[in-house]
Ligand binder design. Sequence first.
Ligand SMILES: Cc1cc2nc3c(=O)[nH]c(=O)nc-3n(C[C@H](O)[C@H](O)[C@H](O)COP(=O)(O)OP(=O)(O)OC[C@H]3O[C@@H](n4cnc5c(N)ncnc54)[C@H](O)[C@@H]3O)c2cc1C
Length: 421
Amino acid sequence: MTGINPLSESPVVVVGAGIIGVSTALNLQRLGRQVLLVDRHEPGEGTSFGNAGVLANSSITPVTHPKLPRQIPQMLLRPNSPLFVKWRSLIPMVPWLVRYLSHCSASETQRISTALHGLIGTSYSDHKALATGTEAERFVKSSDYTFAYTDKSPFRAEADTWKIRYAHGHRWRELNEQELRAYAPALSSDFKFGVACLGHGFITDPGEYVKALAKTAEKLGAKIKRGTVEKIICENQKVIGVRVDGETIPASAVVICSGAWSAKLVHPLGVKVPLQSERGYHIDLWSPSVTPQMPIMIAAGKFVATPMEGRLRFAGVLEFGGLNAPRSKAPLRLLERLGTAAFTGLTWQDKTEWMGHRPATSDSLPLLGSVPQAAGVWLGFGHHHIGLTAGAKTGLLLAQMVTGQTPNVDISPYAPSRFCK
Ligand SMILES: Cc1cc2nc3c(=O)[nH]c(=O)nc-3n(C[C@H](O)[C@H](O)[C@H](O)COP(=O)(O)OP(=O)(O)OC[C@H]3O[C@@H](n4cnc5c(N)ncnc54)[C@H](O)[C@@H]3O)c2cc1C
């Protein structure tokens, strides 16, 4: 792997100003590189805007666990299921789905979990290191991450997942009804059992957090440009620039952090990545009458209730529907119905709704590293459900790689070359 020529006058162009791109840009500036950050929107307005805000360092097991294929039919038919499908969009997704489901084995779950642990196991301290001394610092909070269940049986049924977490050093405390209520006094009495995952954190406004980090990068000298990157321009298999809305911009290196939209940009570079959108939703309830002190995962609904600045956010669920189909009403209705049932006496003054695109690779691991056929092009996308959690570390690793340093974690599981055959 070669780093960029530090004497070159062209900036490193970072494509995409979500948490991954902004963290990369800020880390590159801190390592002394000139950065141009390009996004078709303002920073923090993609998927990074609307997530649940959890720094979920114990969420190392992939969705593709061994029991998933058997559970899918039941998940599609069960009332109040958190899985949604837009059937018309599903047909083009079939090749991706086949590859995705091929990872539903115990050995793959172990391999992916080990690889994700390396990236997210220290998320809270990684974000503290990224944000300390900046305006973004106030959004980073330390907390437990609590799972609420109506009874213990679903927790027991997921014993394999919890065993993997334990093996990687994650610890939790089982909570009886009273203890759970102490964590979240307004939680409905339907919830009789909880699990408090210790030593986590959360971001009290993910969109504003990314904007504040982008401002910090700007203060350090980074330039931010609004525009759509149409092409990465290479000569003799080496990057020389990017085309943004028809204009060619020279670049000494390019880092592609364009989330769920990345597959089209990297395809001409020989990277044939199976990447789909796992759509997710949130509703924000502004000025709520009650709110938990920390993120609470409502386990049966696969969504999180997170206290955010001025509001309570219910975020999660999963919809297969591609990048272009409009948002659906049913997931939003489900979030509101299950969320309001979960908190006794919850009222609010205003409500806003959102849908976003988790960047989902078929093997549940992101692509971090160089592109074999295009020197100077680096990739940082495909973080599925844990992109916020992984954002601080990912940006540091990418900045280290671009500047020719050797990261102190094993980055081989994320190598883009696995999709360049
Ligand atoms: C409902 C929901 C809840 C979630 N909860 C959590 C959570 O609690 N914790 C967690 O860790 N993760 C969570 N996630 C996942 C997390 O939000 C994502 O993994 C993360 O935001 C991905 O960040 P990103 O920077 O890769 O992508 P994005 O934030 O989507 O940024 C990509 C950017 O690239 C830009 N772009 C794309 N193409 C181009 C182009 N050609 N030219 C210019 N710009 C371009 C886009 O405009 C966008 O701003 C959740 C996701 C959802 C949907």
